[in-house]
Ligand binder design. Structure first.
Ligand SMILES: Nc1nc2c(ncn2[C@@H]2O[C@H](COP(=O)(O)OP(=O)(O)O)[C@@H](O)[C@H]2O)c(=O)[nH]1
Ligand SMILES: [Mg+2]
Length: 214
């Protein structure tokens, strides 16, 4: 009985997530400075991660759009914060990628300044999704961001990307390893999302999880 109820609940929350994310998403703004960021009352979810982690692909998969966010083979190009509005319910914020090997010191400084100010100042920010390539796990640049989030007191959730590239066992090991590490961080959402933009695995579940913030 209990399990029947809980699976009915789960089905309902998956449907809610699907409706929200596939019901229309519009590009709202792309900004390179904080002053240019439009004021908003909508709850906001920010997407962060190293360049090439699959951020654009994940945004496209979540919103069922092929070209909402540009995917590219040349990492490290987007220097701006892009905002997408999901109906009148939620803002999705695409933060510039980091950890690009050929980034200059000046690029890193610019990124840090823009993102730190955004994270500290955005009162409507509900959660940061920190995307991590399942093959590589957490890197130093990810740990730097985790530190910034801890200081800013922003809650965050780890999202594993490109999980289609790993077999079940190494994937499970990766999950355990990251779970263990983020446990030491106060602001971490306990559940790590396991996704593949390529196969669509985990996308309905992540939509459902995020729809609860709308
Ligand atoms: N196999 C696989 N490749 C992916 C996946 N997501 C992204 N990629 C590839 O990874 C590269 C970088 O993706 P992109 O979304 O542009 O990354 P971004 O720089 O973080 O926005 C592209 O070649 C994508 O096709 C995935 O789930 N599975
Ligand atoms: Mg991108």
């Amino acid at each position: 009985m209990g399990s029947v109820n809980s699976s009915a609940k789960e089905t309902a929350s998956l449907a809610t997530g699907r409706r929200l994310f596939t019901g229309g998403c519009d590009f709202q703004a792309g900004v390179t400075t904080l002053d240019a960021l439009p004021e908003s009352r909508l709850p906001e979810i920010a997407f962060a991660g190293r360049s090439n982690v699959g951020k654009s692909s994940l945004l496209n998969a979540l919103t069922a759009r092929k070209t909402l966010a540009r995917t590219s083979k040349t990492p490290g190009r987007t220097k701006q914060i892009n905002l997408f509005r999901l109906g009148e319910r939620l803002l999705l914020v695409d933060l510039p990628g980091y950890g690009y090997a050929r980034a200059s010191k000046r690029d890193v400084q610019q990124w840090t300044e823009l993102v730190t100010l955004y994270l500290k100042g955005r009162v409507t920010l509900k959660r940061v999704l920190l995307l991590v390539d399942a093959r590589h796990g957490l890197k130093e640049s990810d740990r730097d961001l985790l530190g910034m989030l801890d200081v800013a007191g922003v809650s965050y959730q780890i999202v594993l990307t490109k999980t289609d590239k790993l077999k079940p066992e190494p994937l499970a090991a990766r999950l355990r390893e990251i779970e263990k590490e983020v446990k030491t961080h106060g602001a971490a959402h306990p559940e790590i999302a396991v996704t593949s933009a390529k196969t669509g695995n985990g996308i309905p579940q992540l939509r459902a999880c995020l729809a609860m913030l709308a």
